[in-house]
Design a binder for this molecule. Structure first.
Ligand SMILES: Cc1cc2nc3c(=O)[nH]c(=O)nc-3n(C[C@H](O)[C@H](O)[C@H](O)COP(=O)(O)O)c2cc1C
Length: 461
C-alpha cells in the first residue's frame, strides 16, 4: 500500500488516497520547557548548527514530510525570574536556519513561522520565494498572528493588536503575498543570450494592491516559486483562525487533548473548506503529538518522569499564566480553583482548552500547572501502543497525520524514527520513501496555477 489508504469517493475525500503525514518540530534541546536541563540533551542546543543538522537528517531518514521551526519575534516571557530558567531567550531566526538546512537535506519540507502582525508582505513573499528556490520547492510558511504581546514593543507599538484585527490583517497579508508570488508567469524568464532578452515583459504582472492594511505595488524581484506557492500552514483554532485556514491553508496545525474534540474540529474544518469553494482534500489537518517511547510502558513513564522532575515549579506557574492569556495568578491561592478570566488577546483556543481541563478535573492552580507541563498530548508508550494511537486518530478522521513535538532531543526523535515509524510502515500506514520532489508533491497537493493564468484563459475565450 506504500502509506496510502484508499478512500471511497463521496465521503468528503473525493476518492483521493489519504496519506499519513508527519511534521516534526525542530526545537533546540526539545519541546518540553525543561528539556535543556536533561542530561542527554545539549544545554546549548538552541544555537548549535551541527546538532540541528543531525536532527534534520534523522527526520529526513524517517521520511517526515516537513520539519517545522516555530518563532516569536521577542524574548518570550515577561517574568525575568522564570525566563532565566528556560531556553526561551535565545534562538536562531528560522529562515536563516532553514536556508542552512536546505543545503544538507534533499527531500524534507522546510517550514517556518512568520507573523503577519509584525511583518510586511513584500519581505515575507521574497524570503519564502527565495527559500523555495534554494531548496528546490520545499518551503512552507506557518502563518501566525502572534501570541506573544511583547512582540509589539519591538515594532513601534505600545500594545498588541486586537485578536480580531490581527486576523483581518492576516487575511489581507496572505492575499498580497500570494499575489506577489505570481508576479512572473512560470515561463517568464527567457535568459536568451542570443537575443539579449532576460525576461518577457508581457509575462510580468504588477500587483498594484491598495487595501485596508497594505499598499503594495510589486512586482516581486524573484521568479515564481517552484511550488507556485510555498505551502501555507495555519495554526489558529479560534473561529477567526478556522475561517482563515479554510480560505488559504494547505496544512493546519492544531491541538486537541482527545479524539472526540479532534474529530469535531476535523469535520468542521473540512466543511468550512468546502464552503469556501475549495476541495477539502487539499487541507491537511495535523494535530500536535508528543511522544516518549520505551520498550515497556513503565520504561517510557520513567523517562517522562525524569524529564518533568527537572521542571522548576516557578516556571510551570509562569507558563500556565502565559497560556491563560498573560494573566496574573499571584493574588489567587495555589491550592484553590482557577478564577474566572477575561477573554485572552493571545491564543483564544489555548485559553479555552486549559479552562475546560481545570473545570472538568476540578483542578487547583498548582495541579493545573503541573499537568500543563506534562502536556495533554504527550503519549507515553511502546512503539506498538503509540502506533495504535496514531492509527486510531488517522482512521477515525481526527487527523490526517501529526505535527510531532519531541520532548527532549535527540533521544525522543531517535526513538520515534527508529521504533515508531518502522511499526507504522509494517502496518502499511506510512510510506517507506519520499514519493515527490517538492513538499507539495509529498503532501499530495496540487500545483496552484498563477492568478493570472485564469485571467488569461478568460481573455482568450
Ligand atoms: C502547532 C502550533 C504552532 C504554533 N506556532 C506558533 C509560532 O511559532 N508563533 C506564534 O506566534 N504562534 C504560534 N502558534 C499560535 C497560533 O498561530 C495562533 O496565533 C494562536 O493559537 C492564536 O490563535 P487562535 O486564537 O485562533 O487560536 C502556534 C499554534 C499551534 C497549534
Amino acid at each position: 500500500m506504500n502509506g496510502q489508504v484508499q478512500t471511497r469517493a463521496g465521503d468528503g475525500t473525493a476518492g483521493r488516497p489519504r496519506r499519513l503525514t508527519f511534521g516534526a518540530l525542530l526545537h533546540g534541546s526539545g519541546g518540553h520547557i525543561a528539556a535543556w536541563r536533561h542530561p542527554l540533551s545539549p544545554p546549548d542546543g538552541q544555537l548549535d548548527l551541527p546538532f540541528h543538522i543531525r536532527l534534520a537528517r534523522t527526520m529526513e531518514r524517517g521520511t517526515f514530510d516537513a520539519l517545522f521551526i516555530a518563532d516569536v519575534v521577542a524574548i518570550w516571557g515577561h517574568d525575568l525570574d522564570s525566563l532565566r530558567r528556560t531556553a526561551r531567550a535565545d534562538r536562531f531566526e528560522p529562515l536563516t536556519l532553514l536556508a542552512a538546512l536546505s543545503t544538507v537535506t534533499e527531500r524534507i519540507g522546510l517550514v517556518a513561522t512568520a507573523t503577519t502582525t509584525y511583518n510586511e508582505p513584500f519581505h515575507i513573499a521574497r524570503k519564502f520565494a527565495s527559500l523555495d528556490h534554494l531548496s528546490g520547492g520545499r518551503a512552507g510558511w506557518n502563518v501566525v498572528t502572534s501570541v506573544v504581546p511583547l512582540e509589539a514593543g519591538n515594532f513601534g507599538r505600545d500594545t498588541h493588536l486586537d485578536h480580531a484585527l490581527r486576523y483581518r490583517r492576516a487575511e489581507e497579508f496572505v492575499d498580497v503575498v500570494r499575489g506577489l508570488w505570481d508576479s512572473f508567469d512560470d515561463d517568464a524568464f527567457l535568459r536568451d543570450q542570443k537575443t539579449g532578452i532576460y525576461f518577457d515583459e508581457a509575462r510580468l504582472h504588477r500587483l498594484d494592491h491598495r487595501g485596508k492594511h497594505f499598499a503594495v505595488t510589486g512586482p516581486l524581484n524573484i521568479p515564481r516559486p517552484p511550488q507556485g506557492r510555498p505551502v501555507i500552514v495555519q495554526a489558529g483554532s479560534s473561529d477567526a483562525g478556522r475561517a482563515l485556514a479554510a480560505s488559504v491553508a494547505d496544512v493546519v496545525f492544531t491541538h486537541h487533548p482527545d479524539l472526540a474534540g479532534a474529530q469535531a474540529y476535523y469535520a468542521d474544518l473540512k466543511a468550512r473548506t468546502q464552503a469556501a469553494g475549495r476541495n477539502p482534500d487539499e487541507v491537511v489537518v495535523l494535530p500536535g503529538l508528543s511522544t516518549v517511547v520505551g520498550r515497556t510502558i513503565s520504561e517510557a513513564e520513567d523517562k517522562l518522569e525524569r524529564l518533568t522532575a527537572l521542571l522548576d515549579p516557578r516556571v510551570a506557574l509562569a507558563d500556565l499564566a502565559y497560556w491563560l492569556g498573560g494573566v496574573d495568578l499571584t493574588a489567587h491561592p495555589l491550592d484553590g480553583p482557577l478564577p474566572d478570566l477575561p477573554p485572552s488577546n493571545q491564543s483564544r483556543s489555548a485559553q479555552r482548552h486549559i479552562v475546560e481541563r481545570a473545570r472538568a478535573g476540578g483542578l487547583t492552580i498548582r495541579q493545573l500547572a503541573h499537568q500543563l507541563a506534562r502536556d495533554t498530548r504527550t503519549i507515553v508508550g511502546t512503539p506498538e501502543s503509540i502506533a495504535d494511537h496514531i492509527q486510531e486518530w488517522f482512521e477515525g478522521r481526527g487527523a490526517d497525520g501529526f505535527n510531532v513535538v519531541f520532548p527532549y532531543l535527540p533521544d525522543t526523535l531517535d526513538d520515534f524514527a527508529t521504533l515508531v515509524i518502522p511499526e507504522l510502515r509494517r502496518r502499511g500506514l506510512f510510506r517507506t520513501e519520499y514519493t515527490g520532489r517538492t513538499l507539495r508533491e509529498n503532501l499530495g497537493l496540487s500545483l496552484p496555477p498563477s492568478r493570472w493564468s485564469a485571467v488569461q484563459a478568460r481573455s482568450l475565450r
